[in-house]
Ligand binder design. Structure first.
Ligand SMILES: [Zn+2]
Length: 214
């Protein structure tokens, strides 16, 4: 197995983190989240490294994480998401009041629904899917144990947490998701977050003011 490259790209009108994963030049790549207007930058990185995009893993159905899918999609690319956000994938315009003007909100076709406990193969590495509702009903985290990294979407941030005032948000659920699924990971696990700088499980357990470990 070759080293995994994880490239973090801050993209779109409100600075959403997307992550492009690959092993070698000339190989396949997997994109985690697709912010609006991501197409040009993602295509550039793919081209520079001679990569072919094979899958898009969506942490959740908010427009700033998935409205760019259509810009990078081509036939055969697998698109992964959680069924609890089906309404937003099918009809992103329901969130248009929380979007910004000029963003084209087209339906996103999920080709593989995932649920809690599923395992996804990442070129020989196991990725565990954790359902972490609270910020929205269908936020999932993708935990790559072998690389000590967890892609969490908008569950938790460095010193903050996902907002729970949007439709489908619920603080008690988010608190339970963080305590049961994030704070139970090894403390040196890197949290690859949806906005801002990455952090670690240990740092958030020590310092996150919004959700304290029990
Ligand atoms: Zn979100």
């Amino acid at each position: 197995m070759d080293n995994l490259i994880v490239k973090k790209l801050e993209l779109g009108p409100i600075g959403t983190n997307a992550f492009l994963l690959w092993e070698n030049k000339g190989s396949e790549a997997i994109l985690i989240d697709a912010p609006p207007n991501c197409g040009e930058e993602i295509s550039k990185v793919l081209k520079e490294n001679d990569l072919t995009l094979s899958q898009i893993w969506l942490t959740h159905g908010h427009w700033d994480h998935m409205a760019g899918v259509k810009e990078v999609l081509s036939p055969g690319i697998k698109v992964i998401g959680h069924l609890a956000d089906e309404l937003m994938f099918n009809n992103p315009a329901v969130m248009s009041t929380f979007s910004i003007p000029g963003i084209d909100l087209q339906p996103i076709e999920i080709t593989q629904w995932v649920e809690d406990g599923d395992q996804l193969d990442l070129w020989g590495r196991t990725t565990y899917v954790f359902h972490c509702p609270g910020h929205c009903p269908g936020n999932v985290a993708f935990y790559l144990k072998s690389e000590k990294i967890c892609f969490v979407g908008d569950v938790i941030f460095a010193g903050s947490i996902g907002r729970t005032d949007l439709p489908g948000g619920d603080f008690a659920s988010l608190e339970a998701s963080i305590r049961n699924r994030i704070y139970t990971l090894p403390i040196d696990t890197e949290l690859a977050v949806g906005h801002g700088p990455n952090t670690t499980v240990g740092d958030e357990m020590r310092e996150n003011p919004y959700v304290r470990p029990l």
